[in-house]
Design a protein around this ligand. Sequence first.
Ligand code: AMP
Ligand code: MG
Length: 270
Amino acid sequence: MAPKRIDALRVSRPNGFKLDDYDTADTLGWHKDGALAELEHVKLKLDALQQRLAAERRSSVLLVLQAMDAAGKDGTIRSILSGLNPAGVMVTSFKVPAGIEADHDYLWRTHQACPVAGDIGVFNRSHYEDVLVVRVKGLVPRSTWSKRFRHINEFERLLHDEGTRVVKCFLNVSKSEQARRLQDRLDDPTKGWKFREGDLADRKLWPKFRRAYEDAIGQTSTAHAPWYVVPADHNWVRNLAVAKILLSTLQDIGPQFPPADPHVINTKIV
Ligand code: AMP
Ligand code: MG
């Protein structure tokens, strides 16, 4: 099978978007050894482009990661960003809003965490929690969350217009693979800390979460802030796919090293 292009994962026809149309165990025509080697290659390219992005200081990238528990948001971040200059990357993990966050509208904390020009920002969970967990658990009424798709599209449009490229990945893990990973967290003493009792309650709500994800992705995959559905049952597929999505976003921006100040060109340092 010829390898699939990363574009195939992009949600381009949001109407009637169904997660069942996406295979969680898809290998995209890749083979593990080749994919691991390619990931290293992609990371070198990411590093080179990040240097230009930081030097140019005109644009930024916001990579949003959303997923059910144990799909590998943390693992993806570790795997694909480890070769980059930490000074230009900011990862924000969003938890249940507390204190001053909870006293503001739901976009306040996300806007604060958006990357400055030249940076790559990564959201581990995001403003999408406010149309996902908040909806599924009935934390606000439908009349409140249903208006948020429009806010989110307009917010992401604002970011885009002001120089932030927004790209969103849903790490698509199967229910059976999630069971295996949650069990592993319970059985492995080095992973127990990742397990919350609430993970079991959330797992029971699997169909409701899927439905909420389908609505959210369908309603907010736009030309200026597209969603990608990334097969996440195999970590090596997931990591390479997200790395390639980030790479194509940076290539699209095409950042350049700015020219040196004309006043200093030809200066001889003595
Ligand atoms: P974790 O990512 O495993 O550290 O868990 C963070 C928890 O915070 C998850 O259960 C999320 O659903 C929850 N969370 C994140 N953002 C929100 C939000 N806006 N409202 C309610 N719960 C949230
Ligand atoms: Mg968790």
